[in-house]
Structure formats: structure tokens, C-alpha cells
Write a protein that binds this ligand. Structure first.
Ligand code: PLP
Length: 454
């Protein structure tokens, strides 16, 4: 399909002209250029320019819910481009697609009297959510109530507000000063409990940390607490039962808004339509993106409750917006994509296939797999040096990185996560046969990497 000369030229041009999003330039130079994918082969497989096939274990960046190659989505985009390719939502303009999508999403989210604001992706949704929280208190006469509390291992994106809420190594270096008044508390993760407790034998010190932080800052200074219902890029970390119930109680006690970043969890990935629904808790604001279009078009959204909207309504304007807010093509693709998710029962499929995937990995019985965690098809495999003490290899060993490199040789696109996690978040249309192939290739890769480092 591509000649060797053409491939060499593309690799050189990429190195010369393309500054990649969060990628190791050193690695790409060592490889002689990036890994170039030419096309999708089926719902879950892609083909490189060299003609080799790979299973996409991450559904891109946790987003390809309906799988590659959906002609319906191409058709929805084409029809909309020809009918009305663009319209702004500034200055009181609207169009039928954005109205229909706003109504649909508002009726899906677990918020009372929800309203939907559209963005172009997750970072913009995060910045919008923090601005909504701050303006809410400002308009209620409490402008000093502007601190946003997030958590360690959180990933909320890279625009300045979003990166200030993020707390993963490397994302702040060289970019300071960050946005003021963003604070962080420890994240819940029973397997590596930072409070030294055993699962099921604690009093949710991880949730108490929020109360302590609010009291330290003064409740009158705290606007909101934000969390990914299940931490994504930080390692597909599921909190213990009752964590969010307690968090919500604390937020209510101190008049602090609860903001759920559903950018990954939203639209079925975790086996429920929204991640927070696993805990039956209602947020005040929710960020959405990724699965809303399965990545076929860049669309994000923010859902806010009627209560958060109320002072903005009284004030008369929300002085915030993006050129691509409510993009007609994005709305058409999102509407068609959400219909596919519903019609094909992909939320239930995520729950069922997620169970199957985790159980098949556990059955491998590999001693260097310490924890297989996640919900639905938002999962991670935790690699460890010692499963009894839950100890990981020194970061210099780069175990997960090595597994990922070997997995690529074995036909898998498998992303290493921080602290030796491996991301397993395939498309929601994955089949049992796909799972078998994925697990087998991953096992071979883990064993080979382990043999090399031990
Ligand atoms: C939970 C979460 N929030 C926000 C973002 C940022 O989204 P984007 O990259 O579309 O700006 C991401 C991206 O992975 C994410 O996982």
C-alpha cells in the first residue's frame, strides 16, 4: 500500500514538521519516526502503513465506543455539511441539531433541570465547568468562594484551568504559574491505600481528606470539588463503595459544588450511561466529551443543574463560548452516535464484556499482575514486582513501557499508564473473540518483558 521510500519520507517529515501531543520525542527519534497508522481494518483493528494489523486496546484515547468504520456517522456528517456546515451559538443563534442534542443530553444526565453548554473537547469542558462554579458563587455574592479542590492522579486536560486541576507528574513542569486557587487531596485507591488501611477496614479517610481540606481553606472560600468518577489516565482507579456518597454529604454540608468529570466515563464506557451512576450520587456540574461522538468529531459538553443555572439566568448572560460550541456537524454526528449506543445496547455490552475481559486476565495467574481493576470497559492491569506487598518495580525499570513496546511487536496498541498500569479500554463493540486475541497477545508480551527485566 505504501512503498518503503514513501514510508521513510513520511517518517522524516513527521519528525521534521509535526510537534506531537504528549509524546516522547526521544522515543520517536530512536524508532526512526512515529508509528504511522494508515486505516482501520474493522471495528477494533487498524493497519500500519507497513501493512501490519493491530488491536486498538485503548479505543483511541478511551473514546471509540461504536468502533471504527461506521458508515452511518460518515453519512450524518456529510448530510449536515451540505445542509448547514457551520453556525455559531453566540449572539442568540441556534440550529435544529444543537437544540435536539441539548435536549437529548439534558434528559440523559443525572442532574435536575439540566442545561447543556457545548465545547470542542474535554479540556474546554473542564475550564467551562470551573468558570461556571466560580461565576455561580460570584453571582450569589460570594466572589471569594473560588477555590477548586481536585485530587492526586487526576487528569482533567491541558488548557490552563484543566491542567491546574490535573495532578499527574510532568504536566506542570515549565508551565507555571498555574491558575490560582486549585488545590488537591489524595485520591482513593484501596490497593495502594495512601492512608495505610486495608480494603473494607477503614472509615473512608480518603473522603475525610476533602472535609479536612475544606476546613483548612475555610468553607466560605471553596467553590467546588472535582473528580473523575473513575480516575482514567491516572490508572482506571475505582474508589471504594460509599466514597462518593460521603463526598456528596461533605459537599452538601459545606455548600461546595460537586463537579464530575465524565469525559471518559460518560456515555456507557463504565457499564452505566455515566460513571457517577454506579454510586447513585447527583453532581451539580458534569463535563462530557469523547464518547459523545466516539471520536468521529471533536465535541464536548458541560451539563449544569437548574440550581447552578439560576443565578446566571438572573444575571442574563454567560460570557463564555467557543467558535465551535454547538457545531452543526458535531451535533449531527453526536446524535447519530448516541442513537447507535442506545440501539445496540452498548452500555450493557460494556458491562458484560468488561467482566469477561477482567476475568480472563485474572485467569492468566501471572504473578506480576497485581490488580486487574476497572468497571465496564474502563480498565487497567497493574504490574507489580511483589504481589504480596503490592510493590511495583522502580520507575527506572520502565516495566509497563517495555510491555507496551513488545505488545506493539505482537500486534497490540497497548498504552502504559503511570506507575506500571496498562490501559485496557477497547471499543464497546468488542467481541469475545477479540478479547481472547487481545488477552493472549498481552500475556505473551507481559511474560517476555518480565523475562527481560528479571
Ligand atoms: C477525565 C478527562 N478530562 C478531560 C480530558 C481532556 O480532554 P481533551 O483532551 O479532549 O481536552 C481528558 C482527556 O483524556 C480526560 O480523560
Amino acid at each position: 500500500m505504501y512503498s518503503e521510500d514513501k514510508i521513510a519520507e513520511m517518517k522524516q517529515d513527521d519528525l521534521k514538521y509535526h510537534l506531537h501531543a504528549t509524546s516522547s520525542i526521544t522515543d520517536m527519534e530512536a524508532w526512526g519516526g512515529p508509528r504511522i497508522i494508515a486505516e482501520a481494518v474493522d471495528h477494533i483493528r487498524v493497519k500500519s502503513v507497513e501493512g501490519k494489523t493491530y488491536i486498538d486496546c485503548g479505543a483511541g484515547l478511551w473514546l471509540n465506543d461504536v468502533g471504527f468504520g461506521r458508515k452511518e456517522l460518515g453519512e450524518a456528517a456529510r448530510v449536515q455539511m451540505e445542509k448547514l456546515s457551520y453556525l455559531q451559538s453566540f449572539n442568540g443563534y441556534s440550529h435544529p441539531g444543537v437544540i435536539e442534542l441539548a435536549k437529548k443530553v439534558a434528559n440523559m444526565v443525572p442532574l435536575d433541570e439540566a442545561k447543556i453548554f457545548f465545547t470542542s473537547g474535554g479540556s474546554e469542558s473542564n475550564d467551562t465547568a470551573y468558570k461556571l462554579a466560580r461565576v455561580y458563587w460570584y453571582l450569589k455574592g460570594q466572589p471569594q468562594k473560588n477555590h477548586i479542590i481536585g485530587r492526586t492522579k487526576a487528569y482533567h486536560g491541558v488548557s490552563y484551568g484543566a491542567v491546574s486541576a490535573t495532578s499527574l507528574p510532568g504536566f506542570w513542569d515549565g508551565f507555571r504559574p498555574l491558575v490560582p486557587n486549585f488545590e488537591h487531596i489524595g485520591h482513593p485507591h484501596c490497593y495502594f491505600c495512601a492512608w495505610g488501611k486495608k480494603e473494607g477496614n477503614c472509615s473512608l479517610e480518603c473522603a475525610d481528606a476533602l472535609e479536612q481540606k475544606i476546613l483548612e481553606l475555610g468553607p466560605h472560600n471553596v467553590a467546588a470539588f472535582t473528580a473523575e468518577p473513575i480516575i482514567g489516565t491516572g490508572g482506571a482507579i475505582v474508589p471504594p463503595d460509599r466514597y462518593y456518597q460521603k463526598i456528596k454529604e461533605i459537599c452538601e454540608e459545606y455548600d461546595v459544588l460537586f463537579i464530575a468529570d465524565e469525559v471518559i466515563c460518560g456515555f456507557g464506557r463504565t457499564g452505566k450511561m455515566f460513571g457517577i451512576e454506579h454510586w447513585g450520587v447527583k453532581p451539580d456540574i458534569m463535563m462530557l466529551a469523547k464518547g459523545i461522538t466516539s471520536g468521529y468529531f471533536p465535541v464536548g459538553a458541560v451539563a449544569l443543574s437548574g440550581e447552578v443555572y439560576e443565578p446566571i439566568h438572573k444575571f442574563g448572560t454567560f460570557k463564555h463560548g467557543y467558535t465551535y460550541s454547538g457545531h452543526p456537524v458535531g451535533c449531527a454526528v453526536a446524535l447519530r452516535n448516541l442513537t447507535i449506543i442506545e440501539e445496540e445496547n452498548l452500555v450493557a455490552n460494556a458491562a458484560e464484556k468488561g467482566e469477561l475481559l477482567r476475568s480472563k486476565i485474572r485467569e492468566l495467574g501471572l504473578p506480576c499482575i497485581g490488580e486487574v481493576r476497572g468497571k465496564g470497559l474502563m480498565n487497567a492491569v497493574q504490574l507489580v514486582r511483589d504481589p504480596d506487598t503490592h510493590t511495583i518495580f522502580d520507575a527506572k525499570v520502565g516495566f509497563a513501557n517495555l510491555v507496551s513496546m513488545i505488545a506493539w511487536e505482537n500486534g497490540l496498541m497497548l498504552r502504559p499508564l503511570i506507575d506500571d498500569g496498562l490501559q485496557l479500554s477497547p471499543t464497546l463493540v468488542i467481541t469475545e473473540a477479540d478479547i481472547d486475541e487481545l488477552v493472549e497477545k498481552m500475556a505473551v508480551s507481559i511474560k517476555e518483558a518480565y523475562r527481560r527485566i528479571i
